[in-house]
Design a protein around this ligand. Structure first.
Ligand code: ADP
Length: 395
């Protein structure tokens, strides 16, 4: 028996999964919401048993974790008899800066390293640290492993990750492109290698969800990605602007009378397809509105897909061609309208896309008969990737 608990701690939430790593089967999953806020609740499901929702006050991550333990070990609705049946805990950590190029077994030095990057991941890293410390205290004696969203992108060459600003800004203040969703991009690239049975591939992995990013993966290594110092750069997203002229920022501040912080929040939460359409950040709503003739919704979809196309072209140039385009994430796995728009008129790259196969959800091969480029849909599984990394490090 090898059970690994995967924890994704946010500022007011904890998402968790218990995975049996002998079979890689999910045994239980759940979510604690509104920690420290009115209406705290835990929703827990042990696979094959009924879903349980408990609303009760939880003042902090410690109290929330006690509820997670209770849910996992509940005699009737739990997944294990005691926490002794869990061998290790894997944690999602947002920002590992340049220090963490690999998952790391947590010790004081690793915690200190994660603290060092709080400045670059101010919303996530403190919550991730809390999640780790709470587990160390409440589930003592288990190895904890930190798996970083940025680590996979650390193989980018200097010419790809540096910004065109004075070198001291990088040396003194760590300002550079880091990239995010690394665990997902790595999982997808590895699935592609497994499906095609080879590693010498030039893959563009497209993680399209609430947050979206692309990565250029050559021979298993990331050589470029669309997100930057923060997740705001690159593609247009549900509520994030993506690439924007930096000079537009002080102009926006001035026109809308916003502080720097307010402007960053605006660019993260009020922009993207939501901002352009004025309808929603959810692609199902957008597509329904576009279908009914809402022009702004259609425009937002066109802008979203155009940027993906543009970056695929850029990454083809960066890698000297493309062998595979892989779609993942809530949009990548489910949205045939976005996939069609991205893959249409890409013959110049050798893309022939099998539209008849496009009407699917989840794993699929959309490669047309004349395509030089494999087109795959891969269901991403960041939790499983974290569990795999944890297992390989400690067991
Ligand atoms: P996150 O980035 O938070 O992990 P997901 O990867 O789950 O998010 O993606 C969520 C997004 O996926 C939703 O906002 C929605 O736009 C999109 N999505 C989910 N299902 C569908 C669907 N059937 N058709 C189109 N879009 C979908």
């Amino acid at each position: 028996m090898t059970n690994i608990l995967v924890i994704n701690a946010g500022s007011s939430s904890i998402k968790y999964q218990l995975i049996d790593m002998e079979t890689e089967d999910l045994k239980a999953k759940g979510l604690v919401e509104r920690i420290g806020i009115d209406g705290s609740a835990i929703t827990h499901t042990t696979i094959g048993k009924e879903k349980i929702k408990t609303v009760k006050p939880m003042a902090d991550h410690g109290e929330a974790m006690l509820e997670v333990i209770k849910a996992l070990t509940d005699e009737e609705t739990g997944a294990v008899k005691s926490m002794d049946e869990i061998q290790a805990i894997g944690h999602r950590v947002l920002h590992g800066g340049e220090k963490f190029t690999q998952p790391s077994l947590v010790n004081e030095e690793v915690l200190e390293g994660i603290r060092e990057y709080i400045e670059l991941g101010p919303l996530h890293n403190p919550a991730n640290i809390k999640g780790i410390e709470t587990c160390m205290e409440l589930i003592p004696g288990k190895p904890n492993v930190a798996v970083f969203d940025t680590a996979f992108h650390q193989t980018m060459p200097e010419h790809a990750y540096l910004y065109g600003i004075p070198y001291e800004a990088y040396k003194d203040h760590k300002i550079r492109k880091y990239g995010f969703h690394g665990t997902s991009h790595r999982f997808v690239a590895m699935q592609v290698e497994k499906i095609l049975g080879r590693k010498d591939l030039r893959i563009v992995t497209c993680h399209l969800g609430n947050g979206s990013s692309l990565a250029a993966v050559k021979d298993g290594k990331c050589i470029d990605t669309t997100m930057g110092l923060t997740p705001l750069e690159g593609l247009m997203m549900g509520t994030r602007s993506g690439d924007i002229d930096p000079a537009a920022i002080p102009y926006l501040m001035h026109k809308y009378n916003m502080t720097a912080e307010e402007t960053v929040t605006y660019l993260n939460k009020k922009c993207g397809v939501l901002g352009v359409s004025g309808v929603s950040s959810d692609f199902r709503d957008l597509e329904a509105a576009a279908e009914e003739g809402n022009e702004k919704a259609q425009l937002a979809l066109d802008m979203f897909c155009y940027r993906i196309k543009k970056y695929i072209g850029a990454y083809a140039a960066a890698m000297g061609g493309i062998d595979v385009i892989a779609f993942a994430g809530g949009i990548g796995e489910n949205d045939n309208i976005v996939r069609k728009a991205v893959l249409t008129d890409m013959e110049f790259l050798g893309v022939d896309f099998n539209e008849a196969a496009n009407n699917v959800r989840g794993d699929a091969d959309l490669t047309g008969p004349n395509s030089k480029v494999k087109i795959l849909v891969v269901s991403t599984n960041e939790e499983l990737m974290i569990a795999r990394e944890t297992k390989s490090l400690v067991l």
